[in-house]
Design a protein around this ligand. Structure first.
Ligand SMILES: *[C@@H]1O[C@H](CO)[C@@H](O)[C@H](O)[C@H]1NC(C)=O
Ligand SMILES: *[C@@H]1O[C@H](CO)[C@@H](O)[C@H](O)[C@H]1NC(C)=O
Ligand SMILES: *[C@@H]1O[C@H](CO)[C@@H](O)[C@H](O)[C@H]1NC(C)=O
Ligand SMILES: *[C@@H]1O[C@H](CO)[C@@H](O)[C@H](O)[C@H]1NC(C)=O
Ligand SMILES: *[C@@H]1O[C@H](CO)[C@@H](O)[C@H](O)[C@H]1NC(C)=O
Ligand SMILES: *[C@@H]1O[C@H](CO)[C@@H](O)[C@H](O)[C@H]1NC(C)=O
Length: 558
């Protein structure tokens, strides 16, 4: 009921006298008429019109230079795909945008598919740079790699990486080698890109959170420190002092990092205090991680745990509520209005894939089963117990299990792709190599929307900006939200660097201009690319692509 109620005011505006809730716009899944060509195992929006997908070296149908591609640019406007040459194997890498607008993809693995192409280099210490791409279709845009001059200090498969307050990347953990299930050869260290020192920094937290600590979930906090959760442990890491502060465990034995993937998200930050709160959902409640004792039918956890990262909030600990279903490998994604989308994953089993040393009863090659096909929305401002709703949310028939991705787009909808618990391309099984692409479209995609008509390319911190807008007559300007967002890098049920910072904003009386104030410093929004969305009532504009800060290469302080 809640959602219908929320859209009611503008619906009245549209439908004049006849009120017919059956015709009200709704959330919907929409299948695209083109496939992704490669499995979209990782996904990041790199320009107003392009998402970059990565797969592993495999036998994917999309070809480039006479071999199967494992990188591709998805055109968000035309729903078409363009292969991109990747030198090293980007399998289970991470990545983020930097302060100068370039994307860095980090880590990967050695060759799992020697046939394609002959002897491509090991990617586990790779750094791949995609410079800002001015062509709307991606034509002529390439990925740069040179292992001789550009590489990590330590090999990393399954690392995480986030942009921090100086616009550089903090790279966290991973494994030195491919593993069957959990982390047996850990990179228990942190490093930076660009490097801040010549050796990686050992981490007690990563040691303590073994062995289910791959793809640690981490967030840059508005004071510049970094929150991390891995396994059921959490800390705040101070990159400037190199100190770790231990926080309470995720309650009830719930573990949330690979191969027991829950997901985590930094809730929207609001002025003037930008009080950080973290939400962790899904994973599994288990006191063993011995794969021989686990099953593809082990129920996933429905637990969502939330903590406020102030002294008082930390002493209070995690607050717990339940989703409608257990979810292994869910994704948590910001909606520009401040809600959180919970989507993808399965209701039982684990991440990783069928292999000797993995769980004994995969479904085909999938360690997980019972796909969760209906997304939910989490509303942070509602009272505990009422925050999660799937009322009026659509149901898809495409399972998005291991190696799937989802990202908010600058158009304001969600691009959902990938899923592949298999080795080479496998079809005709319950959980195939999935090349179908869907969008999950919020109701506002089918109504007249506010528009941001102009925006400077770069915005300084702590500045008041006025830009031209149009607001449909049907919308009342009493409820205006302006979100400054990093759309994140989606890989393995986690959106690295995803961020939503609300900005104080007003619309002029004549409804032709929007005035907003940017965050005070790069600690609140790490300098680099951002998408600005205007939401009036329940209707969100398309996003405007900007660079927060000077656009200088990292490290940079604005
Ligand atoms: C695919 O859909 C787009 C609109 O989304 C349309 O313009 C295009 O012609 C379609 N292509 C095919 C091959 O049907
Ligand atoms: C691809 O293969 C064709 C025919 O086998 C050959 O003519 C062409 O030069 C090859 N292209 C590249 C980039 O290797
Ligand atoms: C976290 O995991 C450790 C080790 O498995 C366990 O001893 C501890 O009880 C767990 N914490 C909670 C709060 O469940
Ligand atoms: C994948 O396919 C290639 C080429 O068809 C083949 O050489 C390779 O053995 C296959 N690998 C697996 C793991 O099936
Ligand atoms: C709208 O109001 C702003 C200031 O409130 C003014 O600068 C602008 O000229 C007005 N535009 C129109 C079209 O009246
Ligand atoms: C941005 O900075 C990174 C790291 O120094 C560098 O590799 C990349 O080339 C830079 N991009 C541009 C466009 O200067």
């Amino acid at each position: 009921m809640k959602f219908l109620f929320l859209i009611f005011p503008f619906f009245v505006g549209f439908a004049s006298s006849t009120i017919d809730a059956r015709n009200a716009p709704r959330w919907s899944f929409n299948l695209k008429n083109t496939t992704s060509g490669i499995v979209a195992l990782e996904s990041i929006v790199v320009s107003p019109t392009l998402a970059l997908f990565f797969d592993r070296t495999s036998d994917d149908p999309l070809q480039i230079n006479n071999h199967s591609a494992w990188g591709a640019l998805w055109d968000l406007q035309t729903s078409t795909v363009r292969p991109i040459e990747v030198v090293t194997n980007s399998f289970c890498a991470s990545g983020a945008l930097l302060s100068n607008g370039s994307m860095a993809s980090v880590g990967g693995t050695d060759s799992l598919f020697p046939g394609n192409p002959a002897g491509e280099p090991n990617g586990n210490n790779a750094i791949r740079i995609f410079e800002p791409c001015a062509s709307p279709s991606g034509e002529g845009c390439t990925l740069f790699e040179d292992l001789n001059t550009l590489h990590l200090l330590e090999p990393r498969w399954y690392p995480s990486s986030i942009r921090i307050f100086d616009g550089s990347l903090l790279i966290i953990g991973g494994s030195h080698v491919p593993v069957a299930f959990y982390n047996i050869d850990p990179a228990n260290t942190f490093e930076f890109f660009p490097a801040k020192e010549s050796t990686p920094r050992p981490s007690e937290f990563l040691r303590r959170s073994l062995p289910a600590n791959l793809f640690p979930r981490a967030f840059a906090l508005p004071d510049g420190r970094v929150f991390m959760v891995a396994n059921n442990q959490s800390i705040i890491y101070d990159t400037e002092k190199n100190t770790e502060t231990i926080l309470p465990d995720v309650p009830n034995n719930v573990r949330v990092t690979n191969p027991i993937d829950g997901s985590a998200i930094l809730l929207p930050l609001s002025p003037p205090d930008y009080i950080p709160e973290v939400l962790v959902c899904g994973g599994t409640s288990t006191d063993t991680i011995d794969p021989t004792l686990l099953s593809s039918q082990t129920p996933a956890s429905s637990q969502c745990s939330r903590i406020t990262l102030t002294e008082e909030g930390i002493s209070k600990g995690w607050e717990v509520e339940q989703m409608f279903e257990g979810r292994i490998m869910p994704e948590l994604v910001h909606v520009p209005n401040g809600q959180i989308l919970i989507t993808n994953g399965g209701r039982s089993g684990f991440a990783s894939v069928g292999a000797p040393g993995s769980i004994p009863d995969p479904v085909g090659n999938s360690n997980a089963d019972h796909p969760a096909l209906t997304p939910s929305l989490y509303t942070p401002s509602l009272p505990l117990g009422q925050r999660i709703s799937n009322k009026d949310m659509p149901t898809t028939n495409i399972a998005r299990m291991y190696h799937s991705s989802v990202t908010l787009t600058p158009q304001g909808n969600f691009l959902v792709a990938g899923s592949n618990p298999n080795g080479n391309t496998t079809v005709g099984v319950k959980f195939p190599s999935e090349f179908r692409v869907e969008t999950l479209d919020p109701p506002f995609m089918s109504v007249e929307r506010p528009r941001i008509l102009g925006m400077p390319k770069k915005l300084r911190f702590g500045t008041k900006i006025t830009v031209p807008v149009t607001i449909p007559r049907s919308l009342q300007v009493t409820d205006v939200k302006v979100a400054l967002m990093d759309l994140g890098f989606s890989s393995h049920a986690f959106h690295s660097s995803a961020r939503l910072v609300f900005m104080d904003a007003t619309i002029s009386h004549n409804r032709t201009s929007l005035t907003f104030t940017t965050p005070p410093t790069g600690r609140v929004y790490p300098p680099g690319p951002a998408t600005i969305f205007l939401t009036v009532g329940e209707v969100t504009s398309e996003g405007a692509w900007v660079i927060m800060g000077s656009g200088a290469a990292p490290p940079t302080i604005e």
